[in-house]
Write a protein that binds this ligand. Structure first.
Ligand code: TRH
Length: 374
């Protein structure tokens, strides 16, 4: 497994993040910040809304200093502060556009390596665009160069975030003890299968709940906070189903979990519904069967993105069919999420985890890339 960057010097990073919606922008940035510190780097995270960190990372992280997105007054203060130094690396996450006054500061002294960290996709443009230079043609940083860094699923991309200690944490995970500590409304019975649910508002959600309630064997649905919780409340109401489930389905509401515990949730699940970007990657590392609710875009660009992902990962045909309905690419009944189906997908998810783990992780690649550009 290749993930060693310990021989690299310790660098200072300025990472900029704007929360567009939901939690993925901050979720990805935080995982990157935390991973950099594990490798000896220090980070200033500049974010316009850090509120979700209270539950995502309640302990914070030694080596990461969280700063409000700098407004005009803050930028003026920085410009006059003789002790303030721009980091060795500046990361603009997801094209969030650095404040011009910050760009002006970047032109003074040694130029930082300026990285534009992009969204994750399996589409072919990713490998073509990864690592390309983007000369800055206007504004205070005119003449500087930004570098595109694209996460991805193949060795010719920037890879996926994966901490060096992840396999050891997974091996030490005590499923039963963790589930007991959750203090659910009703303890989980030995014969219940565990399904975690983190999604937007899939049209097939009522279908899923109905199907699970009428299945042969019991299911515990562990329901993530926020939009999934609201979506399930609406679906159960429409189905005239008690909010705690009925028949073979028991629904347990989770609190907001830390990112560490969110990983534990995915490791504990027999099947995980995930969405967006970061939870998808974490589901891949969990090595358990999963379904991805892709972030829906108005121009339906997510259809191609989903299909590229399925192809890149060689997803089994019946799981693709499930994704097509779950994501609204196809209408019609949701294929049964039976125990047999889940068992059948287990081999694929394990192999996928192994295959992706053999590739160099994103932080290692980013650190090497920066070293080349300095
Ligand atoms: O929240 P997401 O849908 O995020 C996004 C955003 O919509 C973003 O704008 C979009 O561009 C991007 O997806 C593709 O899904 P994601 O990426 O999985 O982020 C959720 C984060 O929240 C992830 O880091 C896990 C974390 N999380 C917890 O730590 N604890 C929890 O209890 C829950 C529910 C989530």
């Amino acid at each position: 497994m290749k993930s060693d960057t310990h021989s690299s010097p310790s660098l200072r990073w300025d990472i900029f993040c704007r929360v567009i919606d939901n939690h993925g922008d901050l979720g990805v940035c935080w995982r990157l910040c935390a991973d950099l510190t594990q490798r000896g780097h220090t980070v200033r995270l500049w974010v316009d809304d850090a509120s979700a960190l209270t539950w995502m990372a309640p302990q914070g992280c030694t080596g990461v200093a969280v700063h409000a997105w700098p407004d005009t007054a803050a930028l003026q203060a920085l410009a006059q502060d003789a002790t303030f130094q721009i980091g060795d690396v500046v990361v603009e996450a997801f094209g969030c556009e650095l404040p011009e006054a910050f760009q002006a500061l970047m032109t003074q002294g040694t130029s930082p390596v300026w990285i534009n960290l992009e969204y994750l996709s399996a589409e072919s443009y990713v490998a073509r665009s990864h690592g390309l230079a983007s000369p800055v043609m206007s504004g205070p940083a005119r003449g500087m160069t930004k570098w595109f860094f694209f996460p991805g699923f193949t060795p010719d991309t920037g890879g996926l975030l994966r901490e060096a200690d992840l396999p050891a944490r997974q091996a030490a995970f005590q499923r039963q003890a963790w589930l007991s500590a959750l203090r659910l409304d009703k303890p989980i019975a030995a014969n219940e299968q565990l399904i975690s649910l983190f999604c937007y508002e899939p049209a097939a959600l009522p279908d899923l709940l109905k199907q699970l309630s009428q299945a042969d064997a019991p299911t515990r649905l562990l329901l993530a906070q926020g939009r999934p919780s609201a979506a399930v409340a609406a679906a159960t109401q429409a189905l005239h189903m008690p909010s705690s489930g009925t028949g073979q389905l028991r629904i347990s509401q989770l609190p907001y979990l830390s990112q560490t515990d969110f990983d534990h949730l995915l490791w504990a699940g027999d099947f995980n519904f995930v969405r967006g970007e970061d939870s998808l990657v974490r589901a891949l590392w969990a090595g358990k069967p999963f379904a991805w609710h892709i972030y829906p875009q108005d121009d339906l660009a997510h259809h191609d993105k989903l299909q590229a992902f399925e192809t890149a990962l060689d997803m089994p045909a019946d799981l693709r069919k499930f994704h097509a309905v779950w994501n609204g690419l196809e209408t019609g009944p949701l294929p049964a999420l039976s125990r047999t189906a889940i068992d059948d997908w287990r081999g694929w998810s394990h192999q996928t985890q192994q295959r992706l783990s053999a590739q160099t992780d994103l932080t290692s690649q980013l650190v090497s890339f920066v070293a080349q550009k300095r």
